[in-house]
Design a protein around this ligand. Sequence first.
Ligand code: SF4
Length: 845
Amino acid sequence: MKTKAKGLTRRKFMKNAAVAGVAVALGAMLKPALKAFSSTGSADYTVNGEWRPTTCQGCTSWCSTQVYVVDGRAIKVRGNPNSKVNGIASCPRVHLGLQQVYDPDRIKVPMKRTNPNKGRNEDPRFVPITWDEALNTIADRIMELRHNNETEKYALFRGRYSYMRDIIYDRMTKIIGSPNNISHSAICAEAEKFGPYYTEGLWDYRQYDILNTRYIILWGADPVAANRQVSYYISRWGETLDRAHVVVVDPRLSVSAAKADEWLPIKPGEDGALASAIAHVILTEGLWNREFVGDFKDGANKFVAGQTVNEADFEEKYTYGLVKWWNIELNDKTPEWAAEKTGLNAAQIKGVAIGYGKAAPQAISWVARGPVMQVRGAYASMATHALNGLVGSVDSVGGTLKANKEYTQSFPDYKDFQDDIAKAGTKHGKIDHRGRKEFPALTKGKSGGGVVTNNAADGILNEDPNEIKVAIGYMNNFPFSCTQGERWYRALSKIPFMVHLTTNASEWTWFADIILPSNHHMFEKWAYVKSFANGYRQVTMNQPVIEPIWDVRTDETEVPWLIAEKLAERGFDNLLRHYKEYRDPETGKSPTNEREFALYALKHATHKLWDPAEYQGGDKFNGWEDFRSTGVWNSDPYPYRKRWGKFGTKTDQFEFYSETLKEVLGAHAEKHKTNIDDILATCNYQARGEKAFVPHYEEPYMYGNPDGLVLVDYKSRLNREGRSANSPWYQELKDHDPGDEAWDDVAKINPVDAAKLGISNGDIIKLISPVGEITCTAKLWEGTRPGTIAKCYGQGHWAYGKVAAKEFGKTPRGGNNNDIIPVEYDRLSGSTVFFGIVRVSVVKV
Ligand code: SF4
């Protein structure tokens, strides 16, 4: 598409977008009428369409999908029947993808900023430019850094991604010469992985064997609504409820809680207390799984409340440190003690513990973000996950499983393409401060192994360890998705040159100097992702199932190639030479343009899945075309209990006393010439001494008015990771979530609290915290625990489009929870804290 660089004000920007949108909508009206359209099966369609395979990344379930395409237009989406993970099932929010790809507010051509001033209240005055002008400008800025030997001042910020990510995120950053590739992972759910890693050596999410289980405890998890294989769990949850007893631990009545056998509306931040009490009861009642854990040598249970046990009396099988755990943490953690902490009933706590223990090993303790993305969440993560060890459900039928093996391969090595400038640049410290004394970020057993995403804003603001002069962001919106986002407004205003690769304008884009329009992951992009559930892993392809309507390029492949070409024109061809190594496995040819590069890179990464000569396992294909048209590769079925005794921890056992954590914390302390207790004090944890190495309870760490209501932040089931707010269906169907209202942003208050505050249903209220305030509508709802206020994340956009905002660029629709959540971290994992962190004052406007 040819564009002319003329002035485009905020109003014109949105007006032009609206005109284009009408054109798209009219196009839709001209399509033939359809019959039997509500069916998800093999419907009798009256039009000549075709189901084309691709992948949805509306959340991190990453479902394999199919899109029904008629005359080049995508009109319906469903699960891919070839998938053994989600099959034909999909979720309610998958359909919003259609309104995303045809969103009239999409960025349609490259644009540049004409207002040199940056700020929340500065209209960027973007004007359209050509791809050539955009890429030349970007290449000039990167070359300037290289000429000045300051490549560490380049940064790449990644939001959602596919597994093509390393091309732009890793390879491009390192060959240019910067250590600053900053991912979003620590605002996602890293703390959720901490417990599994430091007990069973698994830094990953888990799959849950729901079809074979008899008991499930959901800790803040809402599998039929929120995340991680929602499509699969929705499709099988009815059967699960028939077979298993389901308990939901959540201060809010979630969708899953509404259907559960028991709802435990716990006080926010007290999950560790409940977990310790459940473990206490399992041990005192003698309900641990002897096949996995072992037993007392004389067979007599010596776990008696308040008494310690001689370690030599117990013989463990596949676990390590059970008696130490009992002596250090559990022996006094009775249900009565936990009832005081959690606000729950002691008899109910005991009943859940006994029910869970009796179901062993077909019993799942399922941990999600809520209990762990807290200041002391690392230990809640260990405490809740350790229950799976007690009942022997780890790697077991009806239990908690890791991902199956798959056979994708990484991209060619970059090291030979780094010159001396790049090598020197990458040695600098990172802008997010990972690995410093106060940010251990112990991902996968390494000090500084993880990212501290949200702290990058402070690194930029303080120029610590250095200034950031050139930045690229893609599929990210940190000022919106990070807590205390106003820091990001200031940080982004400070970066002299910033590029955003995105489908839609957003709060991040507002601060960009160049906008590059990205294609939509589900309809217009070559890529692949990996996901797992139902005992299988899948590798599923994102494919261009329609021709892009706008002048867009692929963020992770085509754009870096185009930048590499421009850098080569300027005498720095290392990146382009590296990318030319990504050969087509079928022909051996090097790519010659960005489209070939995107395709060859994907074929290279998935080569062992589709080439029969390279076959390693799982589904077998006749070649690339066979794989492409199927859209998904499925692994072999799950090999249960193969990990017992080979967990990859320091002892190779399931560690109730984590020698693995002890070693890693020791190394971090040594690096900073101090001791572990000092590290824990610096990082706001309460444990000292031996307690640091066992799953245990820590008190919540909270900000705000002691008389205020604790904010309970949660995800709407229609949230496509915060990217669906500009979809009219999102707004219209918002009451899909229990207690929510269409076209509104409600904060749900228990009627008991509302009466005390003099607040009625429908009142406009302000939620005020020490770091900000937001305005929304009061909803009186008994599904909120008294003393808390529950509000969905997703509204509050002011720059995401005409539907998402009340007035684009100025006034948000509702309020963004992150504006009132103080920036804090679970420092052992590097995670940003969203939960159990702030009490807010609630006042009527
Ligand atoms: S939104 Fe999530 S659960 Fe729904 S289809 Fe997409 S990836 Fe799957």
